[in-house]
Design a binder for this molecule. Structure first.
Ligand code: ADP
Ligand code: ASP
Ligand code: MG
Length: 438
């Protein structure tokens, strides 16, 4: 069994969907295909939902109409036979009828999740109808029948495994399955999702649940690059990464991979391959348990970071002080990314400021608190990167004219993290790239 996941841009245009149909029917190893929504769709659904949440029905309705037109044009182009087109149009009608009905329903968080789920339902149903048109045997399976998360939002791999195995057993003679990325059911049985970019995570969970030989993530670029290609010119693909390197890069902002998609692969030890739909025979990146050569592999950046400083001349040296500080963050289920300490202060960073006010209020018992918003963590990643010759000299030389707020070095040998104000992100990434790879 092999799992192949195709992202939004890979299914975003009719000709791409046709290419994928060719790719997935290329060999006869059994496959589960995980699809994202067509590119732009989830963003539009988020906007529709946001409009509804502030009772802007007119705004929501206009956005639904624009999206509807997009899908009508998409299916008209994709299907070549009368029956195919009729089926494609029916799928679009059904889902947009739902969207138009929700205009009349009062907004809730669970309705929001229902709205967001429409993208993956549409893309997989359209793909399935197209495969039927070109006579490729397959079965469409609803992710909502097997992909579940618990009350903490964590996937229930044990039950996913059992349910998926049952579904596959019901279709013993089928070699090709199509399912939705991103969407799932939560502990209340409602439609939910694995957060933005979550189709990668679906693919990796499906691969773990089925004991797949490989999880292939097909996207619009030839693998993990050594820098963010949207910001830095001249980035190049990294051919091999260890699970740890890939997890660090994904966690620290390399958008090509959802941060949680590595742990199932690491735990069940199957490789993840990053491949380019536009160049299907290019090698891409292979992520596995094998550590490749040592040194700097890539640089990534994560935005929307808040630095919190606790200054306390009287307590810092007292034992148990850090524990008390960390307990406050734990109490408000907010995880900490970077920590630095000095004699009189400790600084740490968080990426979720939803409970910041409460956290600050409690921290005030331990000292004077200051917060710096809108920061970016720049992360230099590589196997034993911290041992690379002159890594700190090169890093700081490159960031010479940038006001660095925090540095984390030595936490692991595989990364060096630097916190800078968001407005310096582009400059920092570009200068570091030339400094470390140039
Ligand atoms: P998909 O829709 O297939 O899930 P994404 O847009 O989520 O695709 O991820 C692919 C994009 O990630 C690329 O087009 C690229 O712009 C961006 N990206 C950011 N950092 C990196 C990186 N280090 N290597 C490759 N791509 C990256
Ligand atoms: N469609 C979802 C999103 O845009 C999930 C994904 O594409 O991975 O976030
Ligand atoms: Mg993605």
């Amino acid at each position: 069994m092999k799992v192949m996941k195709f992202g939004g841009t890979s299914v975003g245009r009719p000709e791409r969907m046709r290419d994928i149909a060719g790719l997935i029917s290329r060999e006869d190893e059994p496959k589960i295909i995980v699809l994202s929504a067509l590119s732009g769709t989830t963003n539009s659904l988020v906007e529709i939902s946001e409009a509804l949440s502030v009772s802007d029905r007119m705004g929501a309705s206009e956005k639904i109409d624009a999206l509807y037109k997009h899908y009508q044009a998409f299916v008209s182009d994709l299907f070549k036979t009368e029956e195919g087109l009729a089926e494609g149009k029916k799928i679009v009608e059904d889902h947009f009828e739902f969207l138009n009905i929700i205009l009349k329903i009062s907004y809730s968080e669970s309705l929001n999740k229902d709205i967001l789920a429409q993208g993956e339902l549409l893309s997989t149903k359209i793909m399935s109808a197209y495969l039927k048109e070109i006579k490729v045997p397959h079965v469409w399976i609803p992710a909502l029948d097997f992909m579940t998360i618990d009350s903490y939002g964590e996937p229930q791999l044990g039950s996913i495994k059992v349910k998926l195995a049952q579904i596959l057993r019901e279709h013993k003679d089928t070699n090709l399955f199509i399912t939705q990325g991103f969407i799932c059911r939560n502990s209340r049985g409602e439609v939910d999702n694995l957060k933005r970019g979550g189709s990668d995570y679906t693919a990796s969970l499906v691969a773990a649940a089925t004991g797949a030989s490989v999880c292939e993530i097909w996207t619009d670029i030839d693998g993990m690059h050594n820098g963010d290609p949207r910001i830095v010119e001249g980035t190049t693909p990294v051919r091999k990464l260890s699970f740890n390197e890939a997890a660090e890069l994904a966690y620290f902002g390399a958008k090509i991979l959802h941060p949680a998609s590595i742990w199932p692969a690491q735990h069940y030890n199957f490789p993840v391959r990053l491949l380019n739909t536009m160049e299907p025979d290019a090698p891409g990146t292979i992520i596995s348990s094998e550590a490749d050569e040592e040194g700097v592999k890539a640089i990534a950046a994560k935005d929307n970071i808040v630095a919190v400083k606790i200054k306390s001349s009287r307590m810092l040296l007292a034992h148990g002080f850090l524990r008390k500080i960390f307990e406050v963050f734990e109490k408000y289920t907010t995880s900490i990314d970077m920590v630095t300490t000095s004699e009189v202060a400790v600084s740490l960073t968080i990426d979720d400021e939803s409970r910041l006010k409460l956290i600050v209020k409690e921290l005030e018992a331990y000292g004077q608190i200051t917060t710096d918003h809108n920061q970016t963590i720049i992360c230099v990643v590589g196997n034993k990167v911290a041992l690379a010759p002159n890594i700190l000299i090169k890093t700081f030389d490159s960031l010479n004219d940038i006001p660095v707020r925090m540095v984390s070095f030595g936490g692991s040998r595989d990364n060096v993290s630097i916190l800078v104000p968001r407005e310096y992100k582009e400059q920092a990434l570009q200068q570091l790239h030339s400094g470390l790879f140039g």
